[in-house]
Design a protein around this ligand. Sequence first.
Ligand code: COS
Length: 379
Amino acid sequence: MQFELTDEQHALQEAARRFARDEIAPIAAKHDQSGEFPRKVIQMAWELGFASTAIPTDYGGLGLSSLDNCVVIEEIAWACSGIGTSITCNDLGLMPIIVAGTEEQKQEWLTHCASEFSLIAFCLSEPDAGSDVAGLQLLAEKAGSDYVLNGTKCWITNGGEADLYTVFATLDRTSRHEGICAFIVPADLPGISLGKKEDKLGQRASDTRSIHFDGVRVPESQRLGAEGEGFKIAMRTLDRTRPPIGALATGIAQRALDESTAYALERKAFGSAIGNFQAVQFILADMAKEIEAARLLTQKSAWMVDQGRRAAKDSSIAKCFATDAAMRITVDAVQVFGGNGYTKEYPVEKLMRDAKLLQIYEGTNQIQRLVIARELLRS
Ligand code: COS
């Protein structure tokens, strides 16, 4: 066992840190306030090799490991997790193709996404089926050699900006997980329309919205896996994409600690810097403890993914622990800043708002506990 990143990973971390601090941090507050999608900086991230990182080299991608990706995403989230979510979401959208695509599908779609800047969205959640994936209702009806999709997806990250979707639909609304299929769907097909952009509490730079499918014809050649395999493709995807959520959380939490430490040294009360008081020191120490644990759990779960091991339990442990920790840490950062922390003049209130979403998306933290418990009982 060794706890050091490799020289290549250190170089990657340094490059991502430079990019995040030079290009993302200066625009984070502006996009948080306006909610405007920062397409230019996301394209820059793609050009530098920080987005769509999981595309294997055989298809022209970088083939970064999950651990490499977590190292990158933590740095980006330090600067802005809304932008970080938009960037890492490409790997979420592509993962069903990576885990279940045929050689032909990979050659066509992965090669395209590796060679041209494109945004990809993972379309799983629905208005009445968020946590309960098997209850999804978007219908896929067979029509000759096509499927016709009808229904609505919601909470789709990059929804309004993506060029390509991976969409989960059911052949029979009563068949639960056994009827679910996954499809590769270009965003410009006739019958696709967008809902309004959600006006969110945090991670406001990311584009989140509903997508309506009204008689959208998708050729059979764009179905991933066999009919009825879609549920398992979604689960296998999420096993692989929850470690980067742990990394997003660690990045937010590290930023909260860095800001709090700097403020504790500068802010004076009772004739002394507040960092000299144990009340503040203990908060900082608890933050540091939880960040260390969050980072280690995240990196271990990414390592499990990279080893090709079943990572459901470890990914859910990392996602759940790191995101709950980020929530506690950012609330505490606002406390260290006192009244100042509650204003937009200082960066910590944004961190607190951004952290909240991490406990909800990619499976609520209640669902993560369910996955962990089921994996324990299964074994
Ligand atoms: N990998 C492979 N197969 C898996 C799997 C995994 N990680 N998890 C479950 N499966 C399989 C099961 O083995 C079972 O297979 P069989 O029918 O062959 O026995 C099948 O899938 C159904 O599994 P299960 O009975 O556990 O399904 P449930 O309907 O009870 O739901 C949860 C499982 C709740 C865990 C699932 O719906 C879920 O993850 N929900 C959260 C979704 C989410 O994260 N949404 C966020 C959207 S992305 S922003």
